[in-house]
Design a protein around this ligand. Structure first.
Ligand code: PLP
Length: 383
């Protein structure tokens, strides 16, 4: 039996360990531990990577979302349209500013925001739409931007799981007024602690976000705006600069693992693709990269018929890691009781929370490990 962890950060970071040590030594010798050239260099490289004019290193992906909303002046009385099937921070950032999340449903095949539902739920107070490129697959950004234009909405892309993903050749994060990403260790560009990125191509918004990032301070000790401390450490930036050039190869290795699973499993009894028209009796539905340019932050299966938890137990018996992203939709979280609107029509999101499970897809999976995962899934579906 080959044990397979859901994620093993060791091999990836060991491969660049000497460069990481050199980066640490450089920062140590510089004595510059807040802002400065290491951070600016990383910000320039990130902005270039996603085709945006400005990049701001921040303390987390959550802070990137919060800062974007603050820069757009979102507050009490404003509504933000967002998917109810995503990580907490997407809606947490909205609610923390006293604004109202509008819970929208998601598409059962891409797992991304259902724009028809967002259009139905948009109202006169809706100010922002926040598409999430979930599990590494870009939203249809042509359709998202068209809806935003028609409804007069600003756009914040939550690209925490999608740095390097593209939509029709253009990088995710670069379409909206703002793009937010995260370097939490489990993301495709995994850092060494918490940190995140905010990008924009709007000069005035970039300036506003820069000021808000340092307590709304400009010039020193003069505060025109109510900001906070949202800065990324130069040490974190220096370490991430070592890994950023490798991001395309990390993403490519993830895509190779996804291809392996699909080639091994499609056509076997009980297994089909998660796309419209899938056979009703399929026991496992494999994810599809509809954009063709996703980066596979997760390989997320649907297990219909109430058998998801049976698959979890089956994998645990074989020492194969898995996780449910996400078991409770945001509209049903305890802290959001009585918060937001739209939850009555999120049927797909609610169903997915009961059906999904993600299996190992990290770039450094060995041949034996990914074969063990595929064999286990085949045995479950056929058994
Ligand atoms: C990880 C994540 C975030 C938050 O990023 P942190 O760096 O952990 O604060 C926000 N949205 C989504 C969709 C995420 O996956």
């Amino acid at each position: 039996m080959t044990p397979v962890p859901l994620l093993d950060l060791g091999p990836q970071n060991r491969a660049v360990a000497d460069e990481l040590r050199a980066a640490f030594e450089r920062v140590l010798a510089s004595n510059q531990f807040i802002m400065g050239p290491e951070l600016e260099a990383f910000e320039r490289d990130c902005a270039a990577a996603v085709g945006a004019r400005h990049g701001l290193g921040v303390a987390s992906g959550t802070d990137a979302l919060l800062l974007a909303l603050m820069a757009l002046g979102v507050g009490p009385g404003d509504e933000v349209l967002l998917p109810s099937f995503t990580f907490f921070a997407t809606a947490g950032s909205v609610a923390r500013l006293g604004a109202t999340p509008v819970w929208c449903d998601v598409d059962p095949h891409t797992f991304n925001l259902d724009l028809a539902d967002a259009d139905r739920k948009a109202g006169p107070r809706s100010k922002v739409i926040m598409p999430v490129h979930l599990f590494g697959q870009s939203m249809d950004m042509d359709a998202a931007l068209a809806l935003a234009r028609a409804r007069g909405l600003r756009v914040i892309e939550d690209g925490a799981q999608s740095m390097g993903a593209r939509w029709k050749g253009r990088p995710a994060l670069g379409f909206g007024d703002f793009g937010a990403s995260s370097f939490f260790p489990s993301k495709n560009l995994g850092g060494f602690g918490d940190s995140g990125l905010l990008v924009t191509s709007d000069d005035a918004l970039a300036e506003r976000a820069r000021i808000l990032r340092v307590h709304g301070m400009q010039p020193k000790y003069h505060h025109r705006l109510l900001g906070a401390n949202f800065r990324m450490d130069p040490l974190q930036a220096a370490l991430l600069r070592v890994k950023l050039p490798h991001l395309p190869s990390y993403n490519c290795a993830r895509a190779g693992n996804a291809r392996f699973y699909r080639e091994r499993l499609l056509g076997l009894p009980g297994i089909a693709e998660n796309r419209p028209g899938a056979p009703a009796d399929a026991r496992l539905l494999l994810p599809v990269d509809f954009s063709g340019e996703g980066i596979w932050n997760q390989f997320t299966l649907r297990v219909p018929g109430g058998r998801r938890d049976a698959l979890k137990a089956f994998l645990a018996d074989r020492k194969i890691g898995c996780e449910v992203y996400y078991p409770v939709t945001l509209d049903r979280q305890e802290c959001f009781r009585g918060v937001g609107r739209g939850a009555e029509a999120c049927a797909t999101a609610h169903r997915l929370a009961d059906e999904v499970v993600s299996v190992p897809i990290f770039p450094e999976l060995t041949e034996a490990q990914r074969a063990a995962v595929a064999d286990a899934l085949a045995a479950f579906a056929g058994g």
